[in-house]
Design a protein around this ligand. Structure first.
Ligand code: HEC
Length: 315
């Protein structure tokens, strides 16, 4: 830690010598995250995140000596020394993506949040040296001694993801795929079909026969969890991809109404959403979270699929 402190102090002196004080600019909304992905060899795979209060979180995945979630608290001086070069570099003048025709390299995602703006840069290959220097500057923190193992911090990282990543995270932990994605059947059991993610009950999938008297008292799921028979009849999970047959034409307000008030298509005069869509649970999500989910759904691969209308119970 002592060595790190000295390096950071030197950087800080450098930064403050030719610049006015930066600390006033740092707050808990200021943050840098860097994610390093796998490569064809033994590159370290991790995500590191530092916010303006100096709280650093490292999630080590592979090929580094810290596997799992670690945290450390930087002093105000260290925090300032870490952030100063990022602020000075004017990251907004960089491209969003650097790629070249090479394979098997790791990808670095650098996200910088400052004064309400977010810059995300994907660096695969061919980035300017200035960017690589910043990446190395941040990566230098990993060798510090002050890290201590944390129990449950991935959520902290998630709260600092960009809006679509956060939406994807919420869709995953919210279990949307359980019902909205048709499945492929593996020896380990059914898993969401990558080709049809979130596209709802397939229009060409037959509903198996069921005994009407049974579903007066029981709920039956089909093998894909996309068709569910119960006392309400048979409901089919909706297509929530970005296609026009999904939520592609929806406005954000519609999505929020569907999730908060259980209204079909999120329209005032439409029918209530049927079980088992657990909208009363999702109604408790914050506006920010619902907006993130919607932003993510809007960014999904459009899959054309007109989901059948629900079947009303036989009296
Ligand atoms: C347990 C199963 C289940 C889960 C989990 C689930 N859904 Fe649903 N969802 C359904 C079903 C079934 C419908 C269709 C209900 C109907 O037709 O009335 C539906 C309908 C919807 C609708 C309304 C679509 C329309 O056209 O009006 C939206 C939006 C939606 N789900 C989003 C989500 C999101 C986002 C998640 C995860 C955060 C999620 N659902 C999780 C079963 C589920």
């Amino acid at each position: 830690m002592k060595k790190l402190w000295l390096v950071l102090l030197a950087l800080w002196l450098l930064a403050t010598a030719c610049h006015t004080k930066e600390s006033a600019l740092l707050d808990e909304n200021t943050a840098i995250s860097m994610q390093k992905t796998e490569c064809h060899g033994t590159c370290p795979v991790y995500t590191i995140h530092v916010n303006g209060t100096g709280l650093a979180t490292l999630e080590g995945k592979q090929h580094l000596n810290k596997i799992g979630v670690y945290q450390m608290q930087l002093s105000p001086e260290e925090t300032e020394a870490l952030f100063a070069p990022f602020i000075k570099a004017n990251l907004w003048s960089f491209e969003n993506e650097y790629t070249e025709e090479v394979t098997d390299l790791p990808t670095t995602y650098l996200t910088f949040t400052h004064k309400g703006k977010v810059k995300k840069i994907k660096d695969y290959s061919g980035a300017p040296q200035k960017l690589i220097d910043l990446e190395n500057h941040l990566a230098g923190l990993i060798s510090a001694n002050a890290w201590s193992k944390a129990d449950a911090a991935p959520v902290l990282l998630a709260s600092n993801l960009d809006i679509k990543q956060r939406g994807e995270y919420l869709v995953t932990v919210g279990g949307c795929h359980d019902c909205h994605s048709p499945k492929v059947f593996t020896p380990q059991g059914p898993v969401p079909d990558e080709k049809r993610l979130l596209s709802g009950h397939p229009s060409d999938m037959k509903v198996a026969s069921y005994a009407p008297e049974v579903i007066k008292d029981w709920v039956l799921f089909n093998a894909h969890n996309t068709a569910v028979a119960g006392p309400w009849g048979v409901s089919f999970s909706a297509n929530i991809t970005s296609d026009d047959t999904g939520i592609g034409l929806w406005k954000e307000e519609q999505f929020i109404k569907a999730m908060r008030e259980g209204k079909y298509k999120g329209l005032d005069n439409s029918r209530p959403l049927l079980p088992p869509m657990p909208w009363p649970n999702f109604a408790r999500m914050t506006d920010e979270d619902l907006k993130a989910v919607f932003a993510y759904l809007k960014s999904t691969k459009p899959i054309r699929n007109v989901v059948p209308a629900p079947i009303v119970p036989v009296q």
